[in-house]
Design a protein around this ligand. Sequence first.
Ligand code: GLC
Ligand code: CA
Length: 524
Amino acid sequence: MSELAWWQRGVIYQVYPRSFQDSNGDGIGDLAGITWRLPYLAGLGIDAVWLSPIYPSPMADFGYDVADYCDIDPMFGTLGDFKQFADRAHELGLKVLLDFVPNHSSDRHPWFEESRSSRENPKRDWYLWRDPAPDGGPPNNWLSRMGGSAWEWDERTGQYYYHAFLREQPDLNWRNPQVRRAMDDVLRFWLDRGVDGFRVDVLWLLIKDAQFRDNPPNPAYEPGQPEHHRQLQTYTEDQPEVHEIVRSMRATLDEYGERVLIGEIYLPVPQLVRYYGANGDGADMPFNFQLLNAAWNAGEIARMIRDYDSALPEHAWPNWVLGNHDNPRVASRVGAAQARVAAVLLLTLRGTPTLYYGDEIGMTDGEIPPDQVQDPAEIRQPGIGQGRDPERTPMQWDAALPGAGFTNGRSWLPISTDTSVRAQDGDPSSMLSLYRRLLELRRSNAALVQGAIENVAATGDVLTFERHYRGQRLFIALNMGAADAVMQPRSAVVLLSTLAGREGLALPESGYRLAGSEAIIAAI
Ligand code: GLC
Ligand code: CA
């Protein structure tokens, strides 16, 4: 598998640092805790750890409001702790990915404090400042993704500034060359410290319309959706000039060798794939989020796989994501039985999979009592299901320990004890064992890593496809329904099933009865 880059062969695992492992009893996860748990991740069989932001932050958006791009928040540790984490990860053969948040800083970042201090300040133009409309109101109709106008009035200097998210997260002006240089320095700061790549936050939002034109209304808006869905984001996202910025980030990473650039991009596939760049000079992997809100049925998923595969530019490497810190957990979306099918799907599709911490033990969305809500997305737009606390609850290590092994103190979000790593560890039928077997099988079968994907088909509730590389052909069948389904494979031998006792089974050509919610990988 040597002709592929490590990030093409590997599997990425996202850690939400606040919720992985607390080491000092303050109820919040930290770097020392993650370092301590690295052997677990190496044993699971993943290849790269992506950490959501760990930089100094007032935590208005739990770290996605960065007050210093080149340091570590004391809550998470120090630069020394980061070094220990990265060194230990590398010793264990794991790559280290950081979250890069270039679209906006915290309003407490010294850059913004300077920028807002006067209209003449040299950093004024580092952010998006505009005069009021003639009636004194906001300069245009742009809406924040956290509710309300995206413009915040600044009394002292008599202008508004733009924030795509919270008012505590002013957007930087990426048309300003000094901003671009400063951000390039940030990338280099971490690359010099051995970081293997970045997940770039809201990459498709970086540039806004130069003329600040009003966004048009969205005719498909339905009450109950987040407020900014009232408008099409015509002038606030996916602007043509963004691609040049992606190219320059990519060029910086290329100076350091095989580093990976991943973009957080929520766009339809035809627009998404443009972020690969024209000649492979863009992002290595614009995140493919289609599975996050796919209708969970065989026909829909088959269509999605085929469309994505045919939309990919030549040489573009695919990727798939099943969960993250902004979306309900897969086990809650599709149920426990289908979460096992989803695991097989994620790890057999063509392209790099990204796992979200806790999904490997089938964690479900936590119950958050109203008085314990933390997420500003819920607090500022209550009652429309935008809250992200449920998918951010702490990792369940050992239900028998206080704090489930996550903390000795009082956890920042409630911890569920319905299952745990400890409970699943030695159980061959557990979700954790399934993930370990899948990751092991992927590692040892080139067809799963670099094989073509062929014969994608949906028959009733059963999704089937093949992975083919050199002499090896694997057949994957996933029953996305609850009822048994008979399928006609060519003669095949089961390498893995979500059910116990089927490995090694020879499948007769006459027909094989796939149990409800069973998924198999077979050699044909
Ligand atoms: C991204 C992050 C999300 C954050 C937002 C603003 O979408 O994933 O958690 O709230 O950017 O930074
Ligand atoms: Ca802690």
